[in-house]
Write a protein that binds this ligand. Structure first.
Ligand code: PLP
Length: 359
């Protein structure tokens, strides 16, 4: 199906930033995508317009009760200069699931992907080409409806904005290295039955205090434990967690409190293809710490769109430090990074067909 969006180009294009000093989310491109929803017309009037402020009634219900969802994905420029997305239909599918949980009308996957492609195409000159850089894509949905009543809104805005970004590694943006992770026992991110599997603002608002706490303890990020027993490993900050124990790669199963990462899924599929034993199951923190002590924990890493693969060098549990692989980047972490990043940037052929989608 073809989707038609109207395009209004800016008459005042911005100067492009220095590609070697992008940081994360410091610059926004010339255009944005906007689409409206109301009960009569459904999602309608998809359009690309000059980047600019949204005008909201101060009573807009998203501002008060947090009914919103978002996504995060990247466009990369390959060595030939072409622009590609990585598994964008996975983000489309996940946003539908997030919307269902937040009582927001779903957006059909084809429409979501078409909107992302159309906007990236209009701002294609903004996709940077310096090693490690990319164009970060942020689709999100809010409601502009003025209401103090706590109930699902009847009007929504779907928007997409773009920001050229540098490579991102926890605590250091220069190169892949082992990060220091605080095992969090006081605060929780999400409980089963809650919104942990959805990308919605509230999950992040409630998590910031723990990241700050981790930094106070000299760590880069937190390792979340389950809400009920504080016994099982869940995620690392805003990334999924993997452990190579003996010859098996284990990661937490999707219990409902875990965000189903696209990078998590890609990692599992690659590992299976490469012949590794993988297990998605409940992973006890005590099992991980024992494995670290007896040497069977060979590697650990976090996966996510922002970092791709971020190796874990040290776990800090109740003030005691557990070093993993001597704090160094492990072989498998490096191989996964090289493979996934290589596919995304077009340096390597896609290992699995259909993962790299041209714009
Ligand atoms: C977005 C996110 C991830 C990673 O998902 P990707 O699709 O791989 O980027 C993991 N955990 C949380 C909490 C997230 O918000």
């Amino acid at each position: 199906m073809d989707y038609i969006f109207t395009i209004t180009k800016t008459r005042t294009p911005k100067a492009k930033p220095d590609e070697t000093k992008l940081g994360f989310g410091n610059y926004y491109t010339d255009h944005m995508f906007i689409m409206d929803y109301d009960e009569e017309s459904g999602w309608h009037d998809g359009r690309i317009v000059p980047y600019g402020n949204l005008s909201l009634d101060p009573a807009a219900c998203t501002l008060h009760y947090g009914q919103m969802t978002f996504e995060g994905m990247k466009a990369y420029r390959n060595p030939e200069g072409d622009i590609c997305l990585f598994r964008p239909e996975m983000n489309a599918k996940r946003m539908r699931n997030s919307n269902k949980r937040l009582c927001i009308p779903e957006i059909e996957e084809g429409l979501f992907v078409a909107a992302v492609k159309a906007l990236v195409d209009v701002d294609r000159d903004w996709v940077p080409s310096v090693q490690g850089t990319s164009l970060y894509i942020r689709p999100f949905i809010i409601s502009p409806e003025p209401s103090m009543a706590v109930h699902p809104a009847s009007r929504y805005i779907f928007a997409i904005i773009l920001t050229p970004v540098a490579a991102y590694y926890a605590g250091n943006d220069k190169e892949l290295h082992g990060s220091r992770i605080w095992v969090e026992e006081e605060y929780i991110r999400a409980a089963v039955g809650g919104t942990g599997f959805a990308k919605c603002g509230g999950n992040y608002a409630c998590a910031m205090i723990a990241s700050a706490n981790a930094k106070k303890h000299g760590c880069d990020e937190v390792l979340w434990l389950d809400a009920k027993e504080h016994k099982y490993v869940e995620e690392v900050g805003t990334s999924n967690a993997f452990f190579l124990i003996g010859d098996t790669v284990v990661t937490s199963s999707l219990t409902g409190s875990i965000l189903p990462g696209v990078t998590r899924d890609s990692t599992l599929q690659l590992l299976k293809k490469w012949g590794y034993k993988t297990e998605e199951r409940l992973v006890e923190i005590s099992e991980v710490l024992e494995a670290a002590e007896n040497g069977s924990l060979k590697e650990a890493w976090a996966t996510g769109t922002a970092c791709v693969i971020s190796p874990i060098g040290v776990l800090n549990y109740r003030g005691k430090e557990y070093s993993i692989n001597g704090g160094e980047v492990g072989e498998l972490s490096q191989r996964l990074y090289d493979s996934i990043y290589g596919m995304q940037t077009g340096i390597c052929e896609p290992e699995i067909e259909g993962w790299v989608v041209p714009v």
